[in-house]
Design a protein around this ligand. Structure first.
Ligand code: HEM
Length: 372
C-alpha cells in the first residue's frame, strides 16, 4: 500500500505526491567506458526497482565470505513510498571540451549549465554533477539506504560529488496533509501545476516530441538550487515585513487581499489609495510574472547543523523543480527573482545543478536505454 511503482512511461518521484523526506545525490562518472556506463544504469534499474518494492537488493543469504549484497538497514522496513529518480547532467556529454562517451551529438540544447544569476554565491562543493539520484521516501532511513546502495553499486564507475538530505513535516505530524510550511514559517507549494492533469504535465513538465533529441521524450529537466535561508535575520523581522516579502499572509497562506490559501492571486489588484495590493518586489508577484511560466516545485527544507563560517544555522531550501524547458521556464523566473525579489535579503543561493531526468522504463528495460 505504500509502494510506488518504479516502472512506467515517466520516472516516479516527479508527479508523485511529495514524500516526507528526500536524499539527493550528485555523482561524477570516473569510468571512461560507455559500456561501463550502460551496465551501471542496468544495475541501478534492477536495484531501484527492488528497493521501490521494499525488497533488498539480491539474495540475503549470500556468500558469508563476501560482504552482503544489500547493506541491510532497510531490512524489515516498508517501502515507505520510495521513489528513485535518475538524471544526467551537461558534463556527462562534454567536459573540458571532450566528448567523453561519444554522446556529444545527443546533448540537448537545453542541457547546458544554467547562466550566472545576480547574487549567486555558488560553491563548488554544492554544484554540478554528471549524474543525479533523487531518492524520496516517507522514511529517512529508507531514502538513505537507497542512495547508499546505489553509490555502492557505482563503485569503480562513479563517485559521490555532493549530497543533501531534506525534509518536510511528516504526514504523521500533519494528519490533514496540508501544504507544508518552509523554515520561514510560510506555506510553500501552494501554487503548482496540477500533477493529475495530463494536459498540464505535457505542457509544463514532460519533454515533448520536437522539443529536442528523441531520447528525452517523456523525461523532464530538474533544476536543483541549494538555497541557504538566514533564519536568524528573518526571526528579527516583523510580521508585516515578512508577509510583504512573499505577498501572502503567514497564517492562512492566502495572497494579499484574499481570504483562503488557494484563492487566486490577483496581480493587478489595487487598494482604494491606488497602491498595488501585492507588492511589486514580493516573491509571489515576481515568480508568478504573467502566469505563463509554470514549474513543478517539489522542494524540501534542509538543516545541516551549523555554518562553520558564520556560526549561524546552515539551513534552507533544497529547491527542486521540474520543467519541460529550463530556458523558457526556470531561467526567466529566476532572472526576475534575482534582480529584485525582496526575499533576496534573507537567502543565498549556494549550490546549483541542472539534470535531464530520463524517461521511464518497462520491466525488462533499463533507465537510460533511449540515450545509449
Ligand atoms: C511561490 C517560498 C525560491 C518560484 C512561493 C511561495 C512561497 C515561496 C512561500 C508562496 C506559496 C506557494 O505558492 O507555494 C520560497 C522560498 C525560496 C523560494 C523560501 C528560497 C529559499 C524560489 C525560486 C523559484 C521560486 C528559486 C524559481 C526560480 C516560485 C513560484 C511560485 C513560488 C513559481 C508560485 C508563484 C505563483 O503564485 O504563481 N515561494 N521560494 N521560488 N515560488 Fe518560491
Amino acid at each position: 500500500k505504500d509502494v510506488v511503482s518504479f516502472y512506467g512511461k515517466h520516472q516516479s518521484g516527479i508527479t508523485t505526491k511529495p514524500q516526507n523526506h528526500v536524499y539527493f545525490a550528485a555523482l561524477d562518472v570516473t569510468t571512461s567506458s560507455k559500456d561501463d556506463l550502460i551496465s551501471l544504469f542496468k544495475e541501478w534499474t534492477y536495484a531501484a526497482a527492488s528497493m521501490s518494492e521494499g525488497k533488498p537488493i539480491g539474495e540475503l543469504t549470500s556468500n558469508e565470505f563476501l560482504p552482503p549484497k544489500d547493506t541491510g538497514e532497510a531490512e524489515g522496513l516498508s517501502a515507505s513510498n520510495l521513489t528513485i529518480t535518475f538524471g544526467v547532467g551537461p558534463s556527462l556529454f562534454v567536459k573540458d571540451n571532450q566528448d567523453r562517451f561519444g554522446l556529444k551529438l545527443k546533448q540537448p540544447k537545453e542541457l547546458v549549465d544554467l547562466p550566472a544569476f545576480s547574487l549567486d554565491a555558488l560553491e563548488e562543493e554544492w554544484t554540478g554533477g554528471d549524474l543525479c539520484i533523487q531518492a524520496c521516501a516517507d522514511d529517512m532511513q529508507v531514502a538513505f539506504h537507497a542512495v547508499r546502495n546505489l553509490i555502492r553499486i557505482a563503485r569503480g564507475k562513479a563517485v559521490l560529488r555532493w549530497a543533501q538530505p531534506g525534509f518536510q513535516r511528516t504526514k504523521q505530524a500533519d494528519a490533514k496533509e496540508g501544504t507544508p510550511r518552509n523554515l520561514f514559517g510560510f506555506k510553500d507549494g501552494t501554487v503548482n501545476p496540477d500533477v493529475k492533469s495530463e494536459k498540464q504535465m505535457n505542457e509544463h513538465v514532460w519533454v515533448q516530441p520536437g522539443d529536442g533529441p528523441n531520447w528525452l521524450q517523456n523525461g523532464s529537466y530538474l533544476v536543483v538550487r541549494r538555497i541557504q535561508m538566514f533564519i536568524e535575520v528573518w526571526d528579527r523581522t516583523n510580521l508585516k515585513e515578512q508577509e510583504n516579502t512573499f505577498g501572502r499572509y503567514r497564517d492562512t497562506g492566502a495572497p494579499f487581499g484574499q481570504k483562503n490559501e488557494f484563492d487566486k492571486l490577483d496581480i493587478h489588484h489595487k487598494q482604494p489609495n491606488g497602491e498595488d495590493t501585492i507588492p511589486v518586489d514580493s516573491h509571489v508577484r515576481l515568480s508568478h510574472g504573467d502566469g505563463s511560466q509554470q514549474i513543478l516545485r517539489r522542494g524540501y527544507s534542509y538543516s545541516n547543523g551549523m555554518d562553520l563560517k558564520t556560526g549561524s544555522f546552515d539551513a534552507g531550501l533544497l529547491f527542486l523543480s521540474f520543467q519541460r524547458s529550463p530556458s523558457k521556464q526556470f531561467i526567466p523566473i529566476q532572472k526576475r527573482l534575482s534582480s529584485m525579489d525582496k526575499l533576496n535579503e534573507y537567502i543565498s543561493h549556494r549550490g546549483s545543478a541542472l539534470f535531464a531526468c530520463l524517461p521511464g522504463t518497462k520491466n525488462g528495460g533499463f533507465i537510460g536505454e533511449t540515450l545509449f
